[in-house]
Design a binder for this molecule. Structure first.
Ligand code: CTP
Ligand code: CA
Length: 225
């Protein structure tokens, strides 16, 4: 067993985690989604649980829910936001590991669209930003971690997201050269208001999740002392 030491700053704390892809439906049989599986968010849920936190997971995609974690399944970005909003007031922190679709089809057809009736172009509209929305109603002491995968200028993009969404840290994955998707080992660089921090990894997803939780636990302890 990999022993995960309980974290002083996380034991008994309530942590809300988003994970997985969202699915933006066009009609009862067609959907717009992305290649995320939700594996990293599930590993984070396990790692926070093992560090002593009470974890609630809002999960898109098809992976099974982890043991010991209250899981709510959602499809769309709008459903994910609603599930998070319902829980946000009662938690200490939020971890946004979901790959939320940035756009959804403008219209949903209740009946399957026939080939001859379907338009040749699809009109998309923006989905709500879950982290930005919730950070707007952040209580003192509440914290939010975001994730980002960037193919260029990863530290600058992460710093911009930190500011724009009102986050406490963005953990950024440099996916230059096709790393991250399906890779064996990943590296995450935390970017905080103090700038880029020491990279975490390269590690496989389960060890990486434990290392992230340990890093964040230490930061919370420093913040609280
Ligand atoms: N995120 C979110 N709601 C969205 C989009 C993203 O909560 N509608 C969260 C993700 O879960 C992640 C962080 O915001 O923790 C960064 O996601 P990312 O896709 O990198 O940011 P975007 O603002 O969508 O920017 P872009 O895709 O243009 O890089
Ligand atoms: Ca995005």
């Amino acid at each position: 067993l990999h022993g995960t030491p309980k974290s002083r700053s996380l034991t008994g704390r309530r942590v809300l985690i988003t994970s997985g892809p969202t699915r933006e439906d066009l009609d009862p049989v067609r959907t717009l989604t992305n290649r995320s599986t939700g594996a990293m968010g599930i590993e984070l849920a396990r790692a926070f649980r093992d560090a002593g936190a009470q974890v609630q997971l809002v999960l898109g995609g098809d992976l099974p829910a982890p043991w010991g974690v209250e899981t709510t399944r959602v499809r769309s970005a709008q459903e994910m936001l609603a599930a998070c909003e319902a829980r946000w007031g009662a938690v200490d922190g939020l971890v946004g590991a979901a790959a939320v679709a940035d756009q959804r089809p403008e219209a949903y057809a209740a009946e399957k669209v026939k080939k001859g009736d379907g338009p040749e172009t699809m009109v998309l509209v923006r989905t709500p930003d879950i982290l930005a929305t919730l950070s707007g109603t952040k209580r003192p002491g509440q914290w939010i971690l975001g994730f980002a995968a960037e193919s260029e200028d990863h530290l600058a993009h992460a710093a911009a997201k930190l500011q724009k969404k009102g986050l406490d840290a963005v953990l950024v994955n440099d996916i230059q050269g096709g790393r991250a998707f399906g890779a064996q080992a990943n590296t995450l660089t935390p970017v905080t208001a103090q700038g880029p921090q020491a990279p975490i990894g390269p590690l496989p997803k389960d060890d990486l999740a434990r290392a992230v939780v340990q890093w964040w636990g230490h930061r919370l302890e420093a913040r609280e002392s």
